[in-house]
Design a binder for this molecule. Structure first.
Ligand SMILES: [Zn+2]
Length: 260
């Protein structure tokens, strides 16, 4: 029963957070303020509070502006539902409980950065930079609560090594990875390595596996024609989610096979 209440609570907080993230996704790349009221980008009419209810508002309006009938992107309800689902999973599966705030925060910026990078090929510093002190602070509080300082040290090493590895690739192959990817990689390394080196390995390699699979799919569809670049931030975030969800069992199997 307690778990049920925790799951429902996290889901509601996730919907509201997701609604806020749709504003972040629209306005941070455009360098607009986050706190004015939302308006239709087509006709400029302010969005009524009852139409602003996460997911429900979009469904009631059937994805169209109430004033002018312009289509409203399905990205909005998708972001809200994804954030909701991730918040429920984090609240139910991330333990000890003291770690939940850090991973809720990571899930939130992961959703925002995935959508922004896919749309604009940018990972805004305005989100990435403040996330270093925020995540470091939240993980430190968690270690203070649990007494697990080894995890915090591992997180610092993991964050620095992934930042360094991506930075080297960005410098060596400027057409591939960007410095924006390297800055995000430090955050990904931090949250993965805090869990364990197995989670870190699966999460870091998972990004390349997912990105390469998608890239091959795109190339096949384009019949090897025009060179297409793909934004890598979404794959780093998806890889991190994969590592957090399946890193431990995958690592256990790997160690078993290798006979450690
Ligand atoms: Zn409108």
């Amino acid at each position: 029963m307690d778990l049920l209440a925790l799951g429902i609570g996290a889901g509601l907080v996730g919907l509201v957070t997701g609604s806020f993230l749709t504003v972040v996704i629209d306005r941070v790349p455009a360098k607009k303020g986050l706190w004015q009221r939302s308006a239709c980008p087509n006709c400029g009419v302010g969005i009524k509070a009852r139409d602003n209810i996460p997911v429900v508002g979009w469904l009631v309006l059937r994805g169209r502006c109430r004033a002018c009938g312009e289509r409203i992107s399905p990205l909005y309800p998708v972001v809200e539902l994804t954030t909701c689902a991730l918040f429920v999973l984090v609240a139910l599966f991330i333990r000890p409980l003291a770690l939940v705030p850090a991973y809720l925060y990571a899930a939130g910026i992961g959703v925002a950065l995935t959508a922004i990078d896919a749309r604009t090929r940018r990972l805004p510093d305005a989100i990435v930079y403040p996330s270093y002190p925020v995540l470091a602070g939240l993980l430190t509080v968690a270690s203070w609560a649990s007494g697990d300082w080894d995890a915090l040290l591992r997180a610092a090493i993991g964050g620095l090594s992934l930042l360094g590895a991506y930075w080297l690739v960005a410098v060596a192959v400027p057409r591939g990875m960007g410095l924006g990817d390297a800055k995000l990689a430090g955050l990904v390394g931090l949250i993965l390595a805090y869990q364990s080196w197995g989670v870190f390995a699966v999460g870091a390699l998972g990004a390349f596996f997912l990105g390469a699979t998608w890239g091959i799919g795109v190339m096949v569809r384009n019949r090897g024609g025009r060179r297409t670049t793909i934004p890598f931030g979404p794959w780093m975030c998806a890889g991190a989610a994969l590592g957090l969800a399946f890193g431990k069992p995958v690592w256990d199997v790997y160690q078993g096979v290798m006979g450690f």
